[in-house]
Write a new protein. Structure first.
Length: 178
């Protein structure tokens, strides 16, 4: 994906769903990740780090729908219902990101103490929603150690769908105790 034709391919897919043209650095990072390279993006606040995630998932979904778009040796990375987990340090960031993913056509679930409490009161199982047919799970850090998340990670259906995990504001990992 990091070759010129791969970048053009990703730009074309992203441009169809994003309300803005993807930046070159976003494409570069997303393409490296699509190749299986770990990416640690350090960019200024508000510079479009969410764009990396959007591009990655839009390309993954396009390939999931039409595996012929991808070289045979890479197809195993893109299951039928790809899902990404994004760990966000604040609830406000989760709620800021959610509409951006939805506008791009990605099914998104926010899971934090507030949303799980509201879902429980409404007799909705957010974790079951996240298990299938969800493209993006925006997760608060404390949920990583919850029994429900542990159960989700051991679920074979979910495990088959999970293609990438992202840590937003990764410099906070130490203060989160992770």
């Amino acid at each position: 994906f990091s070759e010129p034709e791969g970048i053009a391919f990703c730009r074309n897919i992203a441009s169809k769903s994003l309300p803005w043209p993807p930046h070159d650095y976003q494409l570069e990072g997303a393409c490296k990740a699509l190749n299986g390279v770990d990416v640690f993006a350090i960019t200024p606040t508000g510079s479009g780090k969410t764009g990396f995630l959007l591009i990655y998932m839009l390309v993954a979904l396009a390939i999931a729908k039409n595996p012929e778009l991808c070289p045979k040796e890479l197809r195993f990375r893109f299951p039928k219902d790809p899902c990404m987990v994004v760990v966000c340090p604040t609830k406000s960031l989760e709620h800021d990101m959610e509409p951006k993913f939805k506008v791009a056509g990605l099914t998104t679930v926010v899971i934090n103490a507030d949303t799980t409490q509201r879902a429980h009161a409404a007799k909705v199982d957010l974790w079951n929603l996240a298990r299938t047919n969800t493209n993006v799970i925006l997760l608060s850090p404390e949920q990583l150690s919850s029994p429900a998340f542990q159960k989700l990670t051991f679920d074979t259906t979910f495990d088959t769908c999970l293609i990438v995990t992202n840590i937003d504001e990764a410099h906070l990992l130490c203060s989160w105790g992770l």
